[in-house]
Design a protein around this ligand. Structure first.
Ligand code: SF4
Length: 219
């Protein structure tokens, strides 16, 4: 059962349709269902060339496609231009999470989202990225506003998806859907650093493709 009742959502600036950048199914599940419940016309935009390796990228993307198809939501499968991502990340390989490499990473994904929105008549963009408690919401929102700013009539919607029970519903939906559960943020450097951390704690390294929400739950 879902916790707390969702508030009725309205797009900012009287917008009539929305392009939602999605990072993965677990983060976007609650956001997508909230749009559906409010009758918002939206399209999912999957652009995440940061995700490494390709096996992990495909797992995350396929889960998101499965969920979008279940709800009949259009899904844009954008480029996996990893060369561009690595070029932009050059010199930032050892930056910590929530640092400047992550600002670059959000900027890059939102710039492409904003460009697509501009070229295809979407007046509003947003992202599921901010629902994760591992992320700095202010950092994400800064990047979103910066990406939308060059385009007249394009707004970035910085709604706080965690509030009103959103964080809890995110987990509930992930378990209900048995979504693939990623164990690191996404890039090769976050994989390296998470494995280092796990080793320091005496834990095994990450095994890609084995963990799913709800599998180790008693109830
Ligand atoms: S840690 Fe996450 S947000 Fe930061 S650069 Fe890597 S994939 Fe992008």
């Amino acid at each position: 059962m879902s916790s707390a009742v969702r508030e009725k959502l309205e797009l900012p600036n009287g917008g009539h349709k929305l392009l939602m950048h999605s990072c993965c199914a677990p983060c976007s599940g609650e956001v997508m269902e909230a749009f559906l419940e409010s009758g918002i016309d939206y399209t999912v935009f999957f652009y995440n060339p940061n995700i490494h390796p390709v096996k992990e990228y495909l797992l995350r993307k396929e889960e998101n496609i499965r969920f979008a198809e279940k709800h009949g939501v259009p899904f844009i499968d954008a480029d996996y231009d990893t060369d561009n991502w690595f070029a932009r990340a050059k010199g930032m390989e050892n930056e910590p999470e929530r640092g400047i490499r992550c600002t670059m990473c959000f900027d890059m994904r939102f710039e492409r989202t904003a460009l697509y929105a501009h070229e295809h008549g979407f007046p509003v963009i947003t992202s599921s990225l901010g629902i994760s408690r591992w992320k700095n919401m202010a950092q994400i929102n800064d990047c979103g506003h910066r990406a939308a700013a060059p385009y007249d009539g394009l707004a970035y919607w910085d709604y706080n998806w965690r509030k009103g029970g959103g964080s809890q519903r995110m987990i509930e939906i992930s378990k209900r859907e048995n979504f693939y559960q990623q164990e690191y943020c996404g890039c090769v450097y976050s994989l390296r650093d998470t494995n280092r951390h796990r080793r320091a704690q005496g834990r095994d390294r990450i095994h890609i493709g084995v963990k799913f929400y709800g599998d180790d739950d008693a109830g």
